[in-house]
Design a protein around this ligand. Structure first.
Ligand SMILES: [Fe+2]
Length: 335
């Protein structure tokens, strides 16, 4: 059960949303300077932060959540019509808990969750027209948010030219970039059915650049490992807020200045009747283009220097680690 403390910063993003993206990197507005330093500190210290006024449509998030929860409540037969067949190569579709081969720790019981992955670019099937409509609208919003945050990070790193990073996501919304949504349902469970060591989502780092999570402010369970190894609860959201966290490739690109923090989803306190209520998350995994060359940027005061690799190759290796080896963490990237 949860015992972490909460010190994840909450950052107001409106200063970035009020500026045209083209002008975001060069603007000298004091509000943007403050925002840049808040994002920078959060990504360096915890690797997680809460974002409000993100520019992503709250109504669309709510509608998509409703569609997803309705789908998860359907019969197995109907859900399995969207089954993700081979998760190592096929990214999209539904995975029932009993069919999950996503294993973050081979020595623990499997996670208690069911998921539906679908692309940002929008050409893989989703269950309803409303779901598709919300996917299209949210894809635009998340693409803009992702780009804006990359520009804020480029400011924080004091790059001469932000294109050195933005050029690596120019394929966003096309077949060159596998940025994706995940709807995750953590079903209601009786606490006496939870096995020792079992989690809703095991300890892991995200693989890519930036991850965005929409969830109910009232649902607890997500915790992240701080520098030094203590878990902190990622809590304190208000409706419409997003959680943002950094992935391993952003850590390597910044030579360990930015942290990809290990995180997990545990079980919050059960009710008096011994039931842990269901919870839901909508996640966007912001990835680099498959062909993007990732290496530690020069002249940023990096702590470590990582040699160049192609993002697509790294992503394939990471899927293998999780779906074949049952390993959610890369030891060399941990402190
Ligand atoms: Fe994650």
């Amino acid at each position: 059960m949860l015992n972490g403390r909460n010190c994840v910063p909450r950052i107001d993003f409106s200063a970035a949303c009020n500026v045209d993206s083209e002008l975001l990197f060069g603007s000298e507005s004091s509000e943007l300077q403050r925002l840049t330093s808040s994002v920078s500190s959060a990504l360096e210290d915890v690797g997680f932060f809460i974002l409000n006024n993100s520019g992503v449509g709250t109504e669309q998030l709510r509608t998509l959540k409703r569609e997803c929860i309705r789908f998860f409540g359907e019969t197995s037969e109907r859900k399995l019509a969207y089954k993700r067949t081979n998760p190592k190569v096929e990214m999209f579709g539904y995975t029932a808990q009993e069919n999950s081969t996503e294993i973050f720790d081979i020595n623990r019981p499997c996670d208690i969750k069911e998921t539906f992955e679908f692309s940002l670019r929008g050409d893989d099937p989703v269950p309803t027209d409303e779901w598709q409509k919300m996917r299209e609208e949210l894809s635009r919003d998340f693409s803009l948010l992702y780009t804006r945050l990359i520009l804020i990070i480029a400011r924080a790193l004091k790059l001469d030219n932000p294109n050195i990073i933005t050029s690596k996501i120019k394929g966003l919304g096309t077949s060159h970039n596998r940025t994706a949504f995940r709807a995750a349902l953590y079903p209601e469970v009786k606490s006496d059915r939870i096995l020792p060591g079992q989690l809703r989502c095991g300890l892991h780092c995200d693989y890519g650049c930036l991850t965005f999570i929409y969830k109910s402010p009232f649902e607890r369970g997500l915790s992240a490992k701080e520098r030094g190894g203590d878990f902190i609860d990622v809590y304190g959201l208000e409706e419409g807020d997003l959680i943002v966290n950094a992935g391993e490739c952003l850590q390597m690109m910044t030579g360990d200045l930015i942290r990809a923090s290990p995180h997990q989803v545990g079980f919050p306190q059960p009710t008096e009747k011994g039931v842990v209520p269901a919870a839901f998350s909508l996640i966007v995994f912001g990835l680099f283009d498959d062909e993007a060359e990732i290496e530690t940027l020069p002249n940023i005061g990096a702590k470590t220097s990582y040699p160049m690799f192609k993002f697509g190759d790294y992503f394939t290796m990471r899927l293998h680690k999780v779906f074949v080896e049952g390993k959610g963490l890369i030891d060399e990237l941990l402190e």
